[in-house]
Ligand binder design. Structure first.
Ligand SMILES: C[S@@+](CC[C@H](N)C(=O)[O-])C[C@H]1O[C@@H](n2cnc3c(N)ncnc32)[C@H](O)[C@@H]1O
Length: 267
């Protein structure tokens, strides 16, 4: 296939449209409320229009404040730069890499670009829901071609809970903003799969919010649980600690962290 001259895009344009639709609906409803007040409509109609207008407007503004960073290419680049910095601190750049929940391939492709000795596979379920948010396999492949790494960066269907790989296949496993989207009684099952597909001595770095869904009381307990799977040299750094902060309303950025570790080599 020919390289595409357009720029790659890793964001969620739909967020902008949802915020605009909510706020627009709010403004229309308030405009109707004013018109109906002038025309002397019944109190119930006026209350409904004002209430609907206020609710839509508030949700539109909140949506914009909390999620607009995800459609802003500059902010996405800041998130990516921060990830690169953390990864460089724990990984030597050599070997086969797995990116779980790769979406449009942002992290997989960046690793391919930054580490010329790496081979990266991005897996995702790309379900109907996520396709609505722009996450598609074709999109990831297109981005890899535009970034000229499609020879070392490939994509395939795969579920994080049952990865389609043999034990010990990867030197690095990464995942960003995906684990919190997977609804299972205990998300530590995701870490079991990560450790299973890692080669002994291999590294993982997961970037997500870890405060719920892991059947633990706190982060220290979570780290202990993962350690018991045969992991050492664990590090947990919040986004705030590494200087990533887009405001309290941006849930994932406000509560997110990097969790990394190394699979123990058994002698
Ligand atoms: C918020 S997006 C993150 C995409 C990408 N990692 C990034 O940071 O730009 C979450 C991704 O997780 C994927 N996903 C959700 N459940 C999954 C599962 N069980 N296994 C693999 N991927 C999954 C979705 O399809 C979506 O692409």
């Amino acid at each position: 296939m020919k390289e595409n001259p357009r720029k790659p895009y890793y964001g969620y344009r739909i967020n902008k449209y949802i915020a605009a639709a909510l706020a627009g609906g709010g403004v229309i409803s308030i405009a109707l409320a004013i018109t109906f007040t002038i025309l002397g409509y019944s109190t119930w109609v006026l209350i409904m229009c004002w209430a609907l207008g206020a609710i839509l407007l508030i949700f539109g503004v909140l949506w914009h404040l909390s999620l607009s960073f995800a459609s802003d290419a500059e902010k996405i680049q800041q998130v990516q730069n921060s990830f690169d910095e953390q990864l460089r601190a724990v990984w030597d750049g050599k070997g086969t890499v797995l990116d779980i929940g790769t979406g449009l391939g942002r992290v997989a492709i960046e690793i391919g670009k930054q580490f010329p000795e790496s081979e990266v596979i991005g897996v995702d379920t790309w379900t109907k829901f996520w396709r609505l948010w722009g996450m598609t396999k074709a999109g990831a492949e297109r981005n890899a071609m535009m970034e000229k790494v499609s020879d070392r960066c490939t994509f395939q269907y795969g579920n994080a809970l049952n990865l389609p790989f043999k034990d010990g296949e990867f030197q690095l496993v990464v995942s960003t903003f995906t684990f919190h989207e997977i609804h299972v009684p205990d998300r530590t099952a995701l870490f079991k799969e990560v450790v299973r597909v890692l080669a002994p001595g291999g590294r993982f770095m997961i970037c997500d919010a870890f405060r719920s869904g892991y059947k633990v009381r706190n982060v220290a307990e979570l780290l202990k649980k993962i350690e018991q799977m045969g992991v050492e040299d664990m590090k947990y750094k919040t986004f705030r600690e590494v200087g990533l902060n887009f405001g309290a309303l941006t849930h994932m950025i406000a509560r997110g962290a990097y969790l990394s570790g190394r699979k123990i080599k058994r002698s």
